[in-house]
Design a protein around this ligand. Structure first.
Ligand code: NAD
Length: 298
């Protein structure tokens, strides 16, 4: 299939690579020349603008951009994908943005007779490289069916979450819980060790008891509890605290729009905001435990 792909960053570049590997023809666009050069070297055709991607003959166009502002820039306006895409083009936005913006851009597409699916992902850069991402998809059943074979080249779990915007709703709700649960595990591990318990033994008890969750079992924030976790390699790699801050912001903004209280989410957002300001934004989000430990990590 001939595909368009815009946004070749940490996630987009490996996703585009997997589409090339699956035998698709790709026309790509990014603001970064280095990102474009890398994909050109692997066989993609480079376009000079979103308009050029829309005019390239691509049957499906995928975007993987930082935030709602860039999504609106690329899709809306006279030179945007929606105005320029040929009739019948399927548009798929995999960026993580707030559900209300996703619905607004999708209805602008619908006004031109185009379907725009929201299809945010989880699984991080490792999942993007391995082609094992989870896609949470919002849009029509027919659109989901059309997208499925393409998404399968980049991901393993493809979930149709319902109507337009619901993919982003699922992503925002999950990451709201993840941010809160990580802070909870950090508090429990810090308290237990402060009271004299061995960190590995404590994690073992939690992980066979009712406190067990992904943050305790797979990404435990206490150093050297899990050899493969970011906490055991100086919090390098993993899911950046800055991105968790972004996702908690999306959750609290979406909650404000519907007057839904997210009390623990707001507290978690403030903790990550302070952590980011203090310089921790580039560390894995489990590093939030540093706010509960002494400087020597005890
Ligand atoms: P990134 O900053 O590495 O990449 C974004 C790319 O978009 C960059 O190459 C940038 O040059 C390009 N870009 C920006 N504005 C553009 C424009 N107007 N036109 C064309 N290209 C433009 O970001 P990322 O880590 O790849 O994340 C992308 C999205 O995926 C974000 O919404 C993020 O929240 C989400 N996400 C990231 C991760 C992760 O672990 N990195 C995991 C899940 C979801």
């Amino acid at each position: 299939m001939h595909l368009g792909f815009l946004g070749l960053g940490n996630m987009g570049a490996p996703m585009a690579r997997n589409l090339l590997k699956a035998g698709h023809q790709l026309t790509v666009y990014d603001l970064s020349t280095a990102a474009l050069d890398a994909l050109r070297a692997e066989g993609a055709e480079v376009a000079a603008s979103p308009t050029a991607v829309a005019a390239s003959g691509a049957e499906v166009i995928i975007t993987m951009l930082p935030a709602a502002a860039q999504v609106k820039t690329v899709y809306l306006g006279e030179d945007g994908l929606i105005a320029r895409a040929r009739p019948g083009t399927l548009l798929i936005d995999s960026s993580t943005i707030d559900p209300l913006s996703a619905r607004a851009v999708a209805s602008a597409a619908a006004e031109r007779g185009l379907e725009l699916l929201d299809a945010p992902v989880s699984g991080g850069t490792g999942g993007a490289a391995a082609g094992t991402l989870t896609f949470m998809v919002g849009g029509s059943e027919a659109g989901f069916q059309r997208a499925q074979p393409l998404l399968a080249a980049m991901g393993r779990n493809l979930v149709h979450c319902g109507a337009s915007g619901n993919g982003q709703v699922a992503k925002v709700a999950n990451n709201l819980l993840l941010g809160i649960s990580m802070v909870g595990v950090a508090e429990a591990m810090a308290l237990g060790t402060r009271l004299g318990m061995d960190a590995k033994t404590l994690a073992g008890v939690i992980n066979t008891s009712s406190g067990r969750c992904w943050s305790s079992e797979v990404n435990n924030p206490y150093p050297d509890v899990l050899p493969q976790a970011p906490a055991s390699r100086g919090y390098q790699g993993g899911f950046a605290a800055e991105l968790m801050l972004k996702d908690l912001g999306l959750a609290t903004e979406a909650a404000r729009a519907v007057r839904q209280p997210v009390i623990l989410g707001a507290v978690a957002q403030q903790l990550y905001q302070r952590f980011s300001r203090a310089g921790g934004g580039g560390l894995d989000f489990s590093a939030i435990i540093q706010d509960y430990l002494d400087e020597d990590g005890a």
